[in-house]
Design a protein around this ligand. Structure first.
Ligand SMILES: Nc1ncnc2c1ncn2[C@@H]1O[C@H](COP(=O)(O)OP(=O)(O)OP(=O)(O)O)[C@@H](O)[C@H]1O
Length: 363
């Protein structure tokens, strides 16, 4: 069984307006966002959100503009109080925290990385990274040494004395990440942290984050409106729409089993051969009667399997996890997984094609 979630969001509601508590029963009774706005001039920000976020995972909250991502992340560090619900951090409800307890939560237990980097422009790089520790009163010498260690880890050795404006966007965000890590908090909140960066730099930063996370095993909550980014970095993906969780789970699971037409529309455009991995398509165990054509890794994507099989749908491979056999992947299953799930339309049989013509004649 998995350990207790680091953060659990439980039945969380946020309604904006003059009297949110009075609106709660209506929303719980099924009144939607448009109706509540039109009839009662209140806005549903979040509705019955339940998410478990685990240590060592990158939990990605993804949704289009206005879906509630910022509202959700602001609840986690107490910038917004919910209309109803709980946020458990290590099992303790932090919703009622105020004053010193809230400050302690923000300074010691959660760090934040922002889209616009939010560095102090008049401070040098190392001073920016030391800031969190200095504000909370850690010893000055330790803060300096700690900052240099993180700057080194983030590839910024030699830039300690620069000012933020002397660095590129990608470098500035590496300072932002160094600053968050220097605070040594278990939880790192990242709000559209890579959205302002050029595509190539953005990919580099995603790789850097994945690399760091392998060693650090933080609880990372990452907000983005970008599906490709979500699929690359998420261990647990939460898709929000109009303040509601439409689907959550492992990204591969969501691609293979989208919950509804909305998610299908999202995932149908992705390059399935690049995103899906051998692990999602394999059958567990080694099928002894099958003549396999060699080994592949659980993390190999389908594109590389197709190349290995030279496009031959009759081949199979043994799938290794950490070097040991974990399953078998048959190329016929690989090709099947490339077809997006039924989009809800009827297949174009001869009957289906002629049906609308008959309806037109009938009317
Ligand atoms: N202070 C507020 N007062 C009224 N409505 C608000 C307030 N803050 C957010 N909302 C509404 O709550 C909903 C969710 O907004 P939120 O900013 O969390 O979405 P988002 O997914 O972060 O969008 P974006 O990607 O554009 O930042 C929207 O309908 C928004 O208009």
């Amino acid at each position: 069984m998995r350990e207790q979630p680091k953060i659990s969001v439980r039945n969380l509601y946020k309604i904006f307006g003059a009297n949110p508590p009075a609106m709660l029963a209506k929303v719980r009774g099924g009144m939607g966002k448009a109706e509540l706005l039109a009839q009662h001039s209140h806005v549903i920000g979040l509705q019955d959100i339940n998410i478990d976020m685990h240590r060592g995972d990158i939990t990605v909250i993804m949704g289009l503009s206005g879906s509630g991502k910022s509202t959700l992340i602001r609840h986690l560090n107490g910038l917004i109080k919910p209309t109803a619900g709980e946020i458990l951090l290590d099992g303790a409800n932090v919703v009622g925290y105020a004053g010193a307890r809230l400050r302690e939560l923000r300074r010691f237990r959660m760090s934040m990385v922002f889209q616009n980097f939010a560095l102090m422009p008049h401070m040098r790089v190392h001073e920016n990274v030391e800031l969190a520790q200095r504000v909370r009163g850690d010893k000055g010498t330790d803060a300096g040494k700690n900052a240099l260690t993180w700057l080194d880890r983030l590839g910024l050795k030699g830039f300690e004395k620069h000012y933020p404006h002397q660095l590129s966007g990608g470098m500035q965000q590496r300072v932002g990440i160094a600053r968050a890590l220097a605070s040594n908090s278990d939880v790192m909140l990242m709000d559209e942290a890579f959205s302002a960066l050029d595509p190539l730099i953005r990919t580099d930063m995603q790789n850097l984050l994945l690399d760091l996370q392998k060693d650090l095993e933080k609880t990372i909550v990452f907000i983005t409106h970008d599906l490709d980014e979500s699929l690359r970095i998420a261990d647990h993906l939460v898709i929000l729409k109009d303040g509601i969780v439409v689907q959550q789970g492992a990204p591969q699971e969501i691609i293979l089993n989208p919950a509804d037409a909305y998610i299908r529309r999202f995932v149908n455009d992705i390059n399935r051969a690049r995103v899906l991995r051998a692990e999602s398509v394999m059958v567990p165990g080694v099928i002894v009667e099958l003549r396999t054509s060699g080994n592949v890794d659980v993390d190999d994507n389908l594109e590389s399997l197709i190349a290995r099989a030279e496009g031959d749908a009759t081949r199979s491979f043994v799938v290794l996890r950490h070097g040991a056999p974990a399953g078998t992947v048959r190329m016929q299953d690989v090709f099947r997984a490339l077809v997006p799930p039924n989009s809800g339309q009827r297949p174009l049989t001869a009957d289906a094609q002629s049906a609308p013509v008959r309806e037109e004649r009938a009317s």
